[in-house]
Design a protein around this ligand. Structure first.
Ligand code: SAM
Ligand code: SF4
Length: 340
């Protein structure tokens, strides 16, 4: 088939006319933290033999880039905990220079940025998302269970020193960090970080009561606007966040509201797991196995066909519901499987 400007296969358009240009790849389901809203303390991880090798991940991602993906985000689990992950990142960086890819980026808990930031920059990465829900070291321990606050702070310093722009992801947790929005906005302003506040999503059994944690972002925003002036912008990153500028700091603040705001109509992304399963929607269970076609042949045509077939099943929207009476989890898989 005729292709895009770089001569690849035709870009993938789903049945609702959305071009699929954003691939999120979970490179491992493992993590050095055990955040309370993401994992239970005693998680069972995938056997290593089920994982795609780094070479297989590279080949799959490269097929997506050839098929029109412009933005690639590595996530997890903790992506920087995957052994030899820099090898994959350096290799994917080759698509940045005129190779079709516009952005290669990562979502990380920040614990390994001390050792990897320079390498990330050298591989062509320019921005990183770092998850940080609190600036209070004791609370940080409560939320992440195994995380070390100082290590993340050192990681953030290293990222900035290497020239990486940082965006902080903060999950709003009622009764946990809902007294910290002002401090977080001020600190991000001082550090030159953008901030994205995320509503907690009902994914996976984590042994906690989600209704206790859930806090609608409309409430968060109202709270913030008591002390800060937010001006709407049309800044878009290709992700689901809606952004405003905090006039007092000049930094951006984004809100991701999957439960209270429907952003599906502009959804341009799909998610690949470390076992080669492609999820067409974060909020739905329908998935396609790409590992079998990947391993069945060394040429990419059957794989491309499997990708097209999968995207032809991308649903119009998601089904997230927090059931207020039963506190039910509506999507059984953990966020660490698909990486958020
Ligand atoms: N380990 C990396 C990190 O923490 O940034 C990448 C993977 S983590 C699953 C990606 C993002 O999902 C993080 O910002 C995390 O806070 C968020 N997340 C995890 N579980 C969530 C949930 N149930 N609801 C909302 N966000 C969640
Ligand atoms: Fe690990 Fe990220 Fe999940 Fe926390 S949110 S447990 S850092 S994967």
């Amino acid at each position: 088939m005729d292709g895009g400007p770089w001569g690849g296969a035709a870009p993938i358009i789903d049945p609702f006319g959305r071009a699929i240009t954003y691939l999120r790849v979970s490179v491992t389901d493992r993590c050095d933290f055990r955040c309370v809203y993401c994992m239970s303390e005693h998680m069972t991880f995938l056997p290593k033999r089920d994982l795609l090798t780094l070479e297989e991940l590279d080949r799959l991602c490269s097929v997506f880039v050839r098929m029109g993906v412009r933005k690639l985000r590595l996530t997890g689990g903790e992506p920087l905990m995957r052994r030899n992950v820099m090898q994959l990142i350096r290799s994917l960086g080759r698509h940045l220079d005129g190779g079709g890819l516009e952005e290669l980026t990562i979502t990380t808990n920040g614990s390994q940025l001390g050792r990897f930031s320079e390498g990330l920059f050298e591989a062509g990465m320019r921005r990183v998302n770092v998850s940080l829900d609190t600036l209070d070291p004791a609370k940080f321990k409560d939320i992440t269970r195994w995380g070390r606050f100082e290590q993340v702070m050192a990681g953030l310093d290293a990222a900035q020193a290497a020239g990486l722009a940082v965006k902080i992801n903060m999950v709003a947790l009622r009764g946990v960090n809902d007294d910290e929005f002002d401090a977080m906005i001020a600190w991000c302003g001082e550090r030159g970080f953008d901030l994205v506040i995320i509503e907690v999503m009902p994914m996976g059994d984590i042994g906690e009561d989600r209704l206790d944690q859930y806090m609608p972002l409309s409430m968060v925003r109202a709270k913030i606007e008591r002390n800060w002036t937010l001006t709407e912008t049309d800044y878009m990153t290709g992700g689901p966040a809606r952004y405003a500028v905090v006039e007092e700091t000049g930094q951006r603040i984004g809100f991701i509201t999957p439960l209270t705001h429907n952003f599906c109509e502009s959804c341009n992304r799909v998610r690949l797991t470390c076992t080669g399963t492609l999820y067409m929607c974060l909020g739905q269970e329908d998935a396609a196995d790409l590992r079998a076609p990947l391993r069945a042949a060394s040429e990419d045509a059957p794989l491309e066909e499997a990708v097209r077939e999968a995207i032809s099943r991308k649903p119009k929207g998601h089904d997230f519901v927090i059931d207020r009476r039963r506190g039910a989890v509506s999507v059984p898989r953990h966020m660490s499987v698909t990486g958020g």
